[in-house]
Design a protein around this ligand. Structure first.
Ligand code: UN1
Length: 512
């Protein structure tokens, strides 16, 4: 896993860092939070957590900064994001390594996560010149009507461990070009990735003579800091990524103050494998979809609904492919799957497998916790392939681990019914060479997810589209397309340039 002390040094990180700041660091009164690498269980360093006093300071500085930042013309805001993207380019290798070290994803995925930040920075730069509003023809003579988009305010972004920095950037860079300031509460499992990112972006903001509070960081306990953030009336929008139970709580609290929220919660993504498919292509895509990030993406493939006719051939090909996947040090070139995030994740994988067996399912490959050498960290598992029925309760749950449930089907209608039967609705795919099946899948009676793909897996979405899903996934959308609108305040304007006051809807109100 290389010389990580050197890595920290190259990213200007010390072994102990404060966990809150607005452009410079605050002295934090809270406990020291240790960041532990899942690769070998070693402590990377400690972060002092924020408490109430630091929280107040962060929010008030972000509120003040908003008043200045909203006056910077949108294309100029885009230029700042362009410079941030370039700073990410310059730091891609180092930051990618830190992400791999802290959350255990393989190095190419760690670097890929930084690339995702660069991509959204480029997108946001273009979007900064395209915050278009519509014009309408007024029904009244000599009146003009149009809509415009204004900045919203300081926004709160809560992110999960599995994409410790990219998901922040989808939100932050779009929020920035929209004229908002951003307060980020990252996962407490990946604080160093967040701190390193802040150090890179603050440098750019400082070089441009911008005030503090445009991009802030707040690492602290969910019970105090997280709760304060979601309940705070000064923060008109909260964007949160994480579990369904977390999302339910956030949405209730934000709705209770009539705030706006963007929720990107659990996925339980299914793919349908039709008899017409190119089996080799399907298997290759499914292995990446199921085992990329060790099955810890919200877009991970968890269910494969396979036609009965090709089931046997599919399972054999899949097992052969799983056998070729090397599990181990995420920094080794040959490794395709690193560790799970921590022992808790290993335990919940084992619990899910026990439930599967109790409910009548069968493990056909893997599932065990690995030991010996690097595996002694206790975070490495053999990925698991299981036979299941679509209606098992465990199949309807999202377990954040490399467990793949195989379900057989006979007709395309049955396959789609199985597919849509789970409470979550993030991402989906069909592997088919039959154009009618693919159109059924993409139609309004087909997949009920926010993302629907043909002949590729459910994960690895590009930033250019809107990212998010339906049902218990929360309904939020982040990243590309016209998602920027959620981060802005729409205003409809009517201008009367006549000498009369004509009223609409036939209302007469003549005061003589
Ligand atoms: C997540 O797991 O929360 O589509 C985000 C993907 C990545 C993002 C995943 N681009 O798999």
């Amino acid at each position: 896993m290389g010389d990580y002390e050197k890595l920290l040094e190259n990213l200007n990180l010390s072994r102990e860092e404060p966990g809150a700041g607005t452009g410079s660091w605050l002295k934090c009164g809270g406990k020291l939070l240790h960041s532990v690498s899942p690769i070998n269980g070693e402590v990377i360093g400690g972060v002092y957590t924020a408490e109430g006093e630091e929280y107040e300071r962060i929010v008030s500085v972000a509120v003040d900064a908003f008043k200045e930042w909203r006056n910077v013309p949108a294309p100029k805001r885009g230029d700042i994001v362009r410079q941030i993207g370039n700073a990410m380019r310059a730091n891609k290798e180092k930051l990618g390594s830190l992400i791999s070290l802290e959350v255990g994803k393989i190095k190419t995925e760690g670097d890929g996560e930084v690339q995702e930040m660069i991509d959204i920075a480029d997108f946001a730069l273009g979007q900064s010149r395209m915050l278009y509003g519509k014009t309408m023809h007024s029904e009244r003579k000599k009146h003009r009507m149009y809509e415009q988009w204004h900045p919203l305010g300081p926004i709160g972004v809560i992110t999960a461990f599995n994409f410790p920095v990219a998901v922040w950037s989808w939100n932050a860079f779009i929020a920035l070009i929209a004229g908002n300031t951003v307060i980020w509460k990252p996962s407490s499992v990946a604080p160093f990735s967040a701190i390193a990112t802040m150090k890179i972006v603050w440098k750019v903001l400082k070089e441009n003579g911008l005030p503090e509070g445009i991009l802030s960081l707040l690492i602290g306990k969910r019970v105090d800091i997280g709760e304060a953030l979601i309940k705070d009336d000064r923060i008109p929008l909260i964007s949160a990524t994480g579990s369904v139970s977390m999302g339910l709580h956030v949405s209730k609290e934000v709705a209770a103050r009539l705030g706006r929220s963007i929720l990107e919660l659990g996925g339980n993504n299914g793919v349908i494998v039709s008899p017409s498919t190119d089996l080799d292509l399907a298997v290759r895509a499914i292995v990446f979809g199921a085992l990329g990030t060790a099955g810890q993406r919200c877009t991970t493939i968890r269910r494969v609904i396979v036609h009965k006719e090709i089931y046997k051939a599919f399972v054999e090909a899949l097992i052969q492919a799983y056998n070729r996947v090397q599990i181990g040090d995420p920094f080794a070139n040959s490794t395709l799957m690193g560790p799970l995030i921590n022992h808790g994740a290993v335990t919940s994988m084992q619990t899910a497998l026990k439930k599967l067996k109790d409910q009548g399912g069968r493990i056909v490959y893997g599932g065990e916790v690995l030991s010996g050498g690097i595996y002694n960290a206790g975070t490495y598992v053999k990925p698991c392939i299981c036979e299941a029925k679509a209606d098992y309760p465990i199949v309807h749950e999202e377990t954040f681990a490399p467990i793949l449930y195989l379900i057989q089907y006979r007709t395309i209608d049955e396959a789609i019914r199985y597919h849509n039967e789970v409470p979550q609705g993030l991402s989906s795919a069909i592997f088919t060479n039959d154009i009618r099946e693919s159109e059924i899948f993409l139609s309004h009676t087909g997949s009920d997810c926010g993302i629907a793909n043909v002949n590729l897996g459910t994960s690895g979405a590009e930033i250019g589209g809107a990212f998010g899903g339906e049902k218990k996934t929360g309904g939020g959308r982040e990243a590309g397309s016209d998602v920027w609108k959620t981060y802005m305040r729409r205003q409809t304007c009517t201008i009367n340039w006549s000498n009369d006051i004509p009223l609409v809807q036939g209302v007469q109100f003549d005061i003589g």
